[in-house]
Design a protein. Structure first.
Length: 309
């Protein structure tokens, strides 16, 4: 496949490199020193599953430099989605389809403001990976999975082709016939993980071990379930309890990308996580006091580490 990966961070860098090593024609859109390192030395993945490296020179600085592609994987931070969607219109006009592996439930709505509904595949990924230094991605643990599907539920040949490409690359992958529900299910977990690890400044092991922070984790996820149900998504009433049990299976040191961004003084995806829950709850008339509290606590850090007087 001819694949473009817009955003070569932990998610895009990991999956794009695996696909490139398996023989697909992958081009990364990257920035700054990360771009320079990929052009010079390729993109290296350091993982318990084995180290792999995408070839040198497999990166460009902008979407406008891409040649014809079959699929565009969007993996930028959520605040860049609107701008990226506008830039992808020429690629879509040439026949490309787009799949976002970003966080949250707002991403595809933003993409479809600028691209046709048929061009956008729904997608979700499950991985913990970060840029360690320019040109090097660290994969934490062995979880690395993508799930995707057409919103129209009748899966197109491209979805099947991408499934085969992922599996050949050693990526755990599957097609979902109800991708909207699956994206919301991930959102439930993601909000709980990101909110607690970031607000408490500790990995999931610490969060789940204390009764009060454990209750906070469960309540945050239960609020997302309630908002999803009010938005017309068929989420199980006990899904928050199911995800709490799932959290008990995670490595104690696992954290979230938002916690990682906070620790490094970076901008946070807060408006699309707990802040996004608050926004959607306002539309549907649902009370979400736990997510509101997290959004308020983290608000001073939303644009990065606040200056000190």
């Amino acid at each position: 496949m001819r694949i473009a990966v817009v955003g070569a961070g932990g998610v895009g860098g990991y999956f794009g490199t695996r696909l490139a090593v398996a023989g697909n024609d992958v081009t990364f859109v990257a920035r700054g020193r990360h771009l320079e390192a990929i052009r010079r030395n390729g993109l290296e993945i350091r993982s318990p599953l084995g180290a792999v490296r995408a070839p040198a020179g497999s990166a460009v600085a902008s979407i406008s430099e891409l040649g014809p592609v079959d699929l565009v994987i969007v993996a930028v931070k959520l605040w860049d989605t609107d701008d990226v969607a506008k830039q992808l219109r020429p690629a879509v006009d040439r026949g490309a389809r787009v799949i976002s592996l970003q966080n949250g439930v707002h991403k595809d709505t933003i993409l479809r403001r600028h691209l046709s509904d048929e061009a956008v595949l729904g997608g979700a990924c499950y991985i913990s990976a970060f840029i360690q230094e320019p040109g090097i991605i660290i994969h934490n643990g062995t979880l690395q999975k993508v799930v995707f599907g057409d919103y129209q539920r009748e899966q197109t040949p491209l979805a099947q082709t991408f499934l085969a490409a992922c599996r050949t690359a050693g990526i755990e992958a599957e097609i979902s016939s109800d991708i909207e529900r699956l994206i919301w299910e991930k959102f439930v977990f993601l909000v709980g993980l990101s909110a607690t690890t970031t607000a408490i400044r500790q990995p999931i092991g610490v969060v789940r071990a204390h009764p009060r922070s454990r209750a906070l984790l469960r309540d945050l996820m239960a609020e997302v379930v309630a908002v999803g149900q009010a938005s017309g998504v068929s989420l199980d009433e006990k899904f928050a309890d199911d995800r709490l049990t799932f959290c008990d299976t995670l490595p104690a040191g696992m954290t979230s990308s938002m916690h990682n961004d906070l620790e490094h003084g970076n901008r946070l995806e807060l408006p699309w996580l707990s802040g996004g829950v608050v926004e959607l709850a306002t539309r549907t008339g649902i009370s979400v006091p736990r997510n509101q509290a997290v959004a308020d606590i983290l608000a001073p850090y939303e644009l990065g580490r606040p200056p000190r007087d």
